[in-house]
Write a new protein. Sequence first.
Length: 134
Amino acid sequence: MKVFITSIALTLITGLSYSQEKSAEERAAMQTEHMATNLGLSTEQKEKVAVLNLGVAQKNEAVRNNPVMTPEQKAEALKGNNEGRKNSLRTILTAEQFNLYEQQETSKKANFSDKKSMQNKKRKVQIQENPVKQ
């Protein structure tokens, strides 16, 4: 019985830790590792990209946590931060690496768009099957 309760407690604790949002530093480190693996960054490039990603992640976190900004202002600020990252990456990456980076970003956006589209279709079907009765 003790083992069972302990395993449930560990499962809950583990689940809670995964559900919490990652810090800017954790997000930047994960993104840097991902880029290093997928783009074949040199040690020098990886260091520069790590500094860049951390700066952008911290700026983005500040924007997301800003209670004064409207959602539209936040979206615009985040978009600007990401454009700044992209411009900085042009100077850090080789032309080949940068082209690969852009291809991966385009693919990621397309996949996200496809997922959103499928979610919207599912919602429409659910609404049609279960209309709200007034």
